[in-house]
Ligand binder design. Structure first.
Ligand SMILES: Cc1ncc(C[n+]2csc(CCOP(=O)(O)OP(=O)(O)O)c2C)c(N)n1
Ligand SMILES: [Mg+2]
Length: 530
């Protein structure tokens, strides 16, 4: 069998449904083999960065590995940002990348760069197929590594000369990932540690969502009765109105939950990735930590680990619950919760009153119209911080924020990945006008695929986050404003509906109508007050 046919067979064996990419001469045989698959849909995108972002968000939502493809040289360099995003956000992604034939690797050669080396610092594993017979082993290993804790990116480079060689080997069986748990003595030590302390504070990270430990976490909190705060990427684990929900931490400014954390005598940190926020920013007092995670704790002077529970989070939390977890009923300083709600502008939307047309009032309006099913995807900018503060999703994985690489441009391709992973869920992406135009072309991909979702473009003619930061640092700003195209006309030129909202009432009405009959892509041009 031809190597690329074997490779596609291996992808099918891994349960792959979609491959996002752009072809090129060196990867044509793989594209041809993909076209023969009845299981895998090849999605021809408009920029390789979009392909990687689609695979990234698909990986975060589908419980599968997202797969993308590019050709050598410029195709590969275009993939790099999205591949790094998946790596730092711990989303399982495998990229298949074409390469020049081995006969020209040692000399100056058209479009040739060392792709393996380029991706090494941005992936968990960057490898090249150097022997055609190894294809099934390499692909199995790639998927296993991408999915293992902590999940991330893998790139597999395929030199052109191997593509058409004939091999006999077939796909290797997919075996479940091993699940380890801490030994009984360590569970007992954790219970004793919690018994000794009066005021534990629980920090929940994205690992709780990745490892599907949300129900166990809720039971754990019901027993422990101690306050909880979430990282950006873990938002939605505790319901908004849960009495122990102290919302979100990890902001540069107005991180009002921090005084509450300082009152604690033990931080129970569950599935938190330092890539979201270094401990120096939230544990200045160097409070002792009970580390609960699939991997041992990183060494960090602001993360003094008193005990580590290393293992599968779902199973580890179950063991703690069964081991007669003590109750530690306490809440931080009176009024902290109300203070957070005020500073994070979480107040309810009051229809009928004249409210400003700001990101916060828009988010209240959005929250009023979203359900447990709605998936919201944030781009990166000033709006990301507002979303992380103000918007409360109605469940885990119902707000996708990139807080690892935090690259602009993820929202529109991310919405495609989300809609393909969860075809029955309403999807809304929110993007700044800067980020929107970075991958706007993927609207054509979405339209061609017949997808339906809503795009909110926050139209303020600036890179607001940078404008704000420059104003703060220098008292003025420079080089961070621009003129926008007419987003409504631009949307129309892609054959999708564009509607302009100039005030909250208009926005409320358009959003309600759009969600009511969501059969196409609808772009809402949100013209913000400056
Ligand atoms: C690819 C990339 N380039 C630059 C940055 C730095 N950066 C972070 S936010 C931001 C501004 C985003 O502007 P916009 O998309 O309009 O959103 P706004 O801040 O206006 O809400 C910039 C330039 C980044 N995070 N990613
Ligand atoms: Mg902007």
């Amino acid at each position: 069998m031809k190597v690329t046919d074997v490779l596609v067979h291996c992808l099918e064996n891994e349960g792959v449904e979609y491959v996002f990419g752009i072809v090129g001469t060196e990867i044509l045989d793989l594209a041809k083999s993909l076209s023969k698959s009845t299981q895998i849909q090849y999605v021809n995108v408009r920029h390789e960065q979009g392909a990687a972002f689609m695979a990234d968000v698909y990986g975060r939502l589908s419980n599968k590995v997202g797969v993308c493809l590019s050709t050598l040289g410029p195709g590969a360099t275009n993939l790099l940002t999205g591949i790094t995003s998946a790596q730092l956000d711990h989303s399982p992604v495998v990229a298949l990348i074409g390469q020049a034939g081995m006969e020209r690797h040692h000399k100056e050669s058209h479009q040739y760069i060392d792709i393996v080396k380029m991706f090494e610092p941005a992936t968990k594993w960057s490898a090249q197929i150097n022997e055609s017979q190894t294809t099934p082993v390499v692909i199995r290993k790639a998927f296993k590594i991408a999915k293992m804790e902590k999940p991330g990116s893998v790139t597999i480079t395929l030199p052109e000369n191997f593509a058409t060689q004939m091999i006999a080997e077939m796909a290797l069986p997919v075996t479940p990932l091993p699940e380890s748990v801490p030994v009984t003595e360590t569970i007992e030590a954790a219970i004793n540690l919690i018994k000794k302390k009066l005021k534990p504070f629980v920090i929940v990270g994205n690992g709780v969502i990745r490892q599907e430990a949300v129900l166990e976490l809720l039971t754990f909190i019901e027993s422990l009765q101690s306050p909880v705060t979430h990282s950006f990427m873990a938002k939605g684990v505790l319901p908004k109105e849960h009495p122990l929900n102290f919302y979100t931490f990890g902001f540069k400014e107005n991180d009002v939950v921090l005084p509450g954390l300082k009152e604690a005598d033990l931080l129970i940190v569950i599935g938190f990735d330092f890539v979201e926020k270094l401990p120096k920013d939230w544990n200045k007092k160097k409070l002792p930590v009970l580390h609960i995670d699939p991997l041992p704790a990183e060494i960090n002077e602001y993360y003094p680990v008193e005990l580590e529970l290393v293992g599968n989070l779902k199973k580890t939390l179950q063991l703690l619950i069964q081991a007669a977890l003590p109750t530690k009923s306490w809440v931080p300083l009176s009024g902290l919760k109300e203070q957070i709600k005020t500073v994070y502008k979480m107040g309810p939307h009051q229809p009928g009153t004249t409210l400003p047309f700001s990101i916060e009032t828009i988010l209240h309006c959005l929250e009023a119209h979203t359900t447990e099913e709605t998936i919201v995807i944030s781009d990166v900018g000033s709006h990301k911080d507002s979303i992380a503060r103000t918007y409360q999703p109605k469940g885990p994985n119902r707000l996708i924020i990139s807080n690892g690489l935090a690259s602009m441009g993820i929202a529109i391709p991310g919405a495609i990945g989300a809609k393909l992973a969860c075809p029955h869920n309403p999807v809304i992406c929110i993007t700044g006008d800067g980020g929107a135009l970075m991958n706007f072309a993927e609207i054509e991909t979405a339209k061609r695929l017949g997808l339906s979702f809503i795009i909110l473009v926050l139209n303020d003619s600036m890179l607001k986050l940078e404008v704000e930061q420059m104003n703060k640092k220098f008292g003025e700003n420079d080089g961070a404003t621009f003129q926008n195209p007419d987003f409504v006309q631009l949307a129309a030129s892609f054959g999708v509906t564009g509607i302009r909202a100039r005030n909250l009432e208009e926005f409320d009405h358009i959003l309600k109508q759009s969600l009511h009959s969501l059969t196409d892509i609808i772009l809402i041009d949100v013209v913000l007050e400056k």
